[in-house]
Design a protein around this ligand. Structure first.
Ligand SMILES: [Zn+2]
Length: 69
């Protein structure tokens, strides 16, 4: 693999995890705690519709440029 920025061929693959969708809402968790106690915190933090994605990136060891595979 060649770096598209500087043309260096010394590149390595890194893996990044990104979360998509609804993230943990602290406000929602607090509200749940008020209404339901500790159980409400769990409900607020269950994160419905949350998706985790693993994306592989190439990283140039020379200039640090990062791009998607
Ligand atoms: Zn580069």
């Amino acid at each position: 693999m060649k770096c598209p920025k500087c043309g260096n061929e010394n590149c390595s693959i890194i893996n990044e995890t990104t979360t998509k969708g609804k993230d943990f809402s602290a406000g929602k968790g607090c509200l749940g705690a008020l209404l339901l106690g500790p159980l409400g915190i769990l409900c607020g933090g269950c994160g419905k519709g949350k998706q985790t994605m693993n994306i592989n990136y190439w990283v140039c060891n020379k200039c640090g440029y990062k791009w998607k595979m």
